[in-house]
Design a protein around this ligand. Structure first.
Ligand code: ATP
Ligand code: MG
Length: 428
């Protein structure tokens, strides 16, 4: 017999073979229930003493949670059962018996704390809440790529091991590469620029590593970034693209992931969009009692923005040069400009992205590197890559785990990463 998926079983009168995991069992003495789950849903399997074959009836009370089973049976109307039908089993076969007790509770009412869940992530992935998060994250990633490839962007794959720091400043992980030392990429920045300067528009989702010793709810040491880079584009072109992409992704989630949103008890709305300069943002924040410095927003400021402009994707542009990396274009292509063509995007109280127009002029790039107190010699290959026909270009980066955290209002970014790597965790 061929396997039928649970969602399809509800539509047929025929005998079916279902395969899945035991979600839970209930013994009411003369009646026994087993809730079976597969990737498409759940179904109640009901055994009745005297009616159900004895071996099968006995098994119904004797299979541990999360065991893998095959059930053959027929659907019957049942008002009390989920979806109005139950499966009357003919036979049950245990394919793989799960240990009992399990190391953590993965029921719908589990109160297991996150660290313990992460220690047992292989099992935590059985829980419907965890699955809901990653099914939605799957929509985020696939719709992100779809949105841009349909617009003609090239889906490209930058390297992860690089010979030199791409941005300077932040700490990098080192690795041995034959007789050399290499770094794990902290961003695909330089590579996406090279691609934009040749193939025009590119899109990627690529892992990056940051060796910062932070321990926060919004940072991982390994994360994945959803990036675009566009040729013949300004910061405002790039922001417009993000506006479209974020709205598209959320619309798709609302359409495709209604069940998962229900599990998470979340109602999503397409966000409004707001554009403000850094100076305007500072002013609005100060009026609302939040002071910020001259070159960056604080976490408190990001939260306040959500309070002032709820459900809004806020772009803060004309960002002070001091708060942006050396490769961001200064206003007016003036190396000494105070403001830049860089921006951040804030959504639901947190930065989800940084971006901007990049410097495509080698002499200006060299000057900016010097002004940041770095040695242009260390960036020679990068600077030289703009000597062979480089158009103005712009782009941005949204962390997929960060976006998932923010969008689904999770309490910790580790919830939005299947196998998080942080300062204290590199397993499982
Ligand atoms: P933050 O200010 O929140 O630390 P950042 O400005 O250092 O972030 P960028 O270099 O601008 O980060 O990276 C672009 C995007 O990548 C961020 O807006 C965020 O969505 C994501 N991101 C950056 N660092 C991390 C991290 N350590 N863990 C998870 N996501 C990250
Ligand atoms: Mg940033």
């Amino acid at each position: 017999m061929e396997r039928t998926l649970i969602k399809d079983a509800f539509k047929t009168q025929d005998k079916v073979l279902l395969k899945g995991w035991v979600h839970e069992t209930r013994d009411l003495k003369k009646v026994r229930f087993l809730i079976l789950k597969d990737k498409t849903g759940r179904i109640q399997v009901t055994g009745i003493e005297g009616k159900t074959d004895e071996k099968t009836f006995n098994l119904l009370d004797n299979i541990s949670r999360e065991s893998v089973v095959e059930v053959i049976g027929t659907l019957k109307e049942c008002k009390q059962a989920p979806n109005g039908k139950e499966l009357i089993p003919e036979s049950i076969t245990i394919i793989h018996e799960a240990q009992n007790p399990l190391p953590i509770d993965v029921s719908d009412y589990s109160k297991t704390e996150l660290p313990l869940r992460l220690d047992n992530r292989f099992l935590d992935l059985h829980s419907s809440r965890t699955q809901a998060i990653f099914k939605i994250q799957s929509t985020i990633g696939s719709e992100f790529i779809k949105y841009f490839t349909q617009k003609g962007f090239t889906y490209a794959h930058p390297p992860s091991m690089i010979a030199a720091s791409s941005e300077g400043g932040t700490e990098l992980f080192k690795a041995k590469y034959f007789e050399h030392e290499v770094f794990m990429a902290q961003s695909p920045q330089l590579y996406k620029q090279m691609i934009a300067c040749s193939m025009e528009n590119m899109v990627t989702i690529t892992p990056v590593w940051r060796a910062e010793k932070h321990n926060t709810i919004r940072h991982l040491n390994e994360c994945r970034q959803m990036d675009i880079e566009m040729a013949f584009a300004t910061a405002s072109d790039a922001m417009k693209e993000m506006e479209g992409a974020v709205q598209h992704i959320i619309k798709q989630i609302i359409e495709k992931n209604s069940e998962e949103l229900e599990v998470l008890k979340l109602k999503l709305e397409i966000p409004k969009v707001k554009y403000m300069t850094f100076a305007e943002t500072k002013e609005v924040l100060e009026k609302n009692g939040v002071k910020i410095g001259d070159d960056d927003l604080t976490g408190e400021a990001e939260k306040k923005l959500e309070e002032i402009f709820p459900n809004t994707l806020t772009f803060v542009y004309d960002w002070p040069m001091k708060g942006k990396p050396f490769y961001i274009m200064p206003k007016g292509e003036d190396p000494n400009a105070k403001l830049s063509e860089g921006f951040d995007a804030i959504y639901k109280g947190m930065e989800i992205s940084s971006g901007g127009q990049r410097i495509h002029i080698p002499e200006l790039l060299q000057k900016r590197i010097e002004l940041k107190g770095m040695d242009p010699k260390n960036f020679k290959d990068y600077i030289d890559s703009f000597r062979c026909g480089a158009p103005p270009h712009a782009g941005w980066s949204i962390g997929i785990e960060r976006f998932t955290l923010v969008l689904l209002e999770l309490s910790n970014i580790r919830e939005a990463c299947m196998f998080p790597r942080d300062r204290d965790r590199i397993t499982p």
